[in-house]
Design a protein around this ligand. Structure first.
Ligand code: FCB
Length: 438
């Protein structure tokens, strides 16, 4: 088999600030909600923290050499708000600005496109103390932070991504409680959903103020679930989940309204929906696994996730590439004509350094092949997919799983911080160069 893609298809790899940078106490950075969350008991596996992570703050030059070796065309990373405006509001930290400018300059010099996410979950802790994303003040603070980033970095950025995965910021962090700040309240979640949607719109408006406009989008982790059986209640469960977990983000941004079926009172103020629904240049889709649902009236949501038969990754995430196809098909219909990018896709596996000094991560390659076959199919079927970012460039701090889960195509030895390109890294190189035969 040979996997071929259009010449102009963009190939990249992705990371996020708190997951790779380390140096949490350096360069004028102040704590984020994740520093504090990690210090609390039983929040993160093994009490791991992002204090050192992959140390990219000090080693980005080395990492860019590897990116070049693998032929990566774009690097998607996130800017840490607590490095730019350490207290969330107030003074700009010039050292933080310099750090990201240097990173961007080095990427450009290496011929690698700069794709910057404004928010990938590291909210300055001082803002959390004032209500975090539950408070509208945080949205205003985000607008100012976005303005600073756009003013300081727009000349070096190729694509902006406003927010990474609104679902995780709302549901996972404020209802399920697995991510910082670890709350469990539906009332809060409803507020956070609206505030995050609004924050996206405000950041987008800031990007539009520049004379030279760089493309702007958002990264959504969308759920287009399957119903477990053909029973009408299970079909209804899947429909409900689509509304509650996907359309609650996509409807306001793409159509300017919230799905009415939810019956939730979002804290909408006059003008909000216009800000939220300004046209975007592209949509980012993050995809890892799919969920199968059955009706369950014991749950507040009215449904629950049920087991599947598919093989799973080392994280127990079911591998089903056709779920990715369903997501792409659905969003392409919801947003006709808007270019799509897969801004994250990849898997955790229990990688080890073999006696030959290399990491033979065959299972990751198989995961990638399956998903890239679907990507190819989607392009052939006319879905306007323009690029693919593999998650992740390097092993890193996997949130509540700590360092237990490795997602990189580059291995990071957390003791020596040495980097080793895994077999999957060479696989990506071959995909990008157009010689992927398997
Ligand atoms: C996504 C996150 C990313 C990473 C992957 C595995 O939900 O955006 O930071 O943790 O999952």
């Amino acid at each position: 088999m040979k996997l071929e893609f259009p010449e102009d298809f963009l190939w990249g790899s992705a990371t996020a600030s708190y997951q790779v940078e380390g140096a949490t106490d350096e360069g004028g950075r102040k704590p984020s909600i994740w520093d504090v969350f990690c210090s609390e008991e039983n929040r993160v596996a093994n009490g791991d923290t992002g204090e050192i992570a992959a140390d990219q703050y000090h080693r980005y030059a080395e990492d860019i050499v590897i990116m070049r070796e693998l032929g990566l065309q774009a690097y998607r990373f996130s800017i840490a708000w607590p490095r730019i405006i350490p207290e969330g509001v107030g003074e700009v930290n010039e050292e933080g600005v310099t750090y990201y400018r240097n990173l961007m300059l080095a990427l450009r010099k290496a011929g690698i496109k700069v794709v910057a996410t404004l928010y990938h979950w590291d909210l300055p802790y001082s803002l959390e103390l004032r209500g975090g994303w539950r408070s509208r003040d945080t949205v205003e603070a985000f607008r100012t932070y976005a303005r600073v980033c756009v003013e300081r970095f727009n000349d070096l950025v190729d694509q902006w991504i406003t927010i990474n995965e609104p679902w995780c910021i709302s549901y996972l962090s404020h209802l399920i409680g697995e991510h910082a700040p670890g709350h469990q309240s539906l009332e809060e979640t409803v507020k956070v959903i609206h505030h995050i949607n609004l924050a996206h719109g405000m950041a987008l408006a800031e990007c539009r103020t520049q004379e030279i406009r760089k493309p702007v989008g958002i990264s959504w982790n969308l759920f287009v679930p399957r119903n477990a059986t053909r029973r009408s209640e299970d079909m209804e469960a899947a429909r409900k989940s689509l509304i509650r977990e996907s359309r609650v983000f996509t409807d306001p941004v793409l159509h300017g309204t919230y799905p009415s079926e939810l019956g939730w009172q979002f804290p909408i103020e006059p003008g909000d929906m216009d800000i939220i629904s300004q046209p975007m240049d592209f949509i980012g889709v993050n995809y890892y696994q799919e969920t199968v649902l059955a009706a369950d009236m014991q749950q507040e949501s009215g449904y629950r996730v049920v087991p599947t038969w598919q093989p799973t990754t080392s994280q127990n995430w079911a591998i089903n590439q056709y779920g990715l196809y369903r997501v792409l098909e659905w969003i392409a219909k919801e947003a006709p004509g808007i270019p799509l990018y897969i801004t994250e896709n990849g898997c955790a596996s229990d990688d080890v350094i073999d006696p030959d000094g290399r990491v033979h991560d065959r299972d990751r390659i198989e995961y990638l092949i399956k998903h890239l076959e679907v990507v190819k199919q989607a392009i052939e079927d006319g879905i306007p997919l323009k690029g693919y970012y593999q998650w992740s460039f390097i092993d890193n701090f996997e949130w509540a799983w700590g360092y237990e889960k490795r997602f990189g195509i580059v291995y990071c030895d957390y003791k020596s911080l040495q980097r080793i390109i895994k077999d999957s890294g060479y696989f990506m190189r071959d995909i990008i160069s157009g010689f992927c035969e398997y």
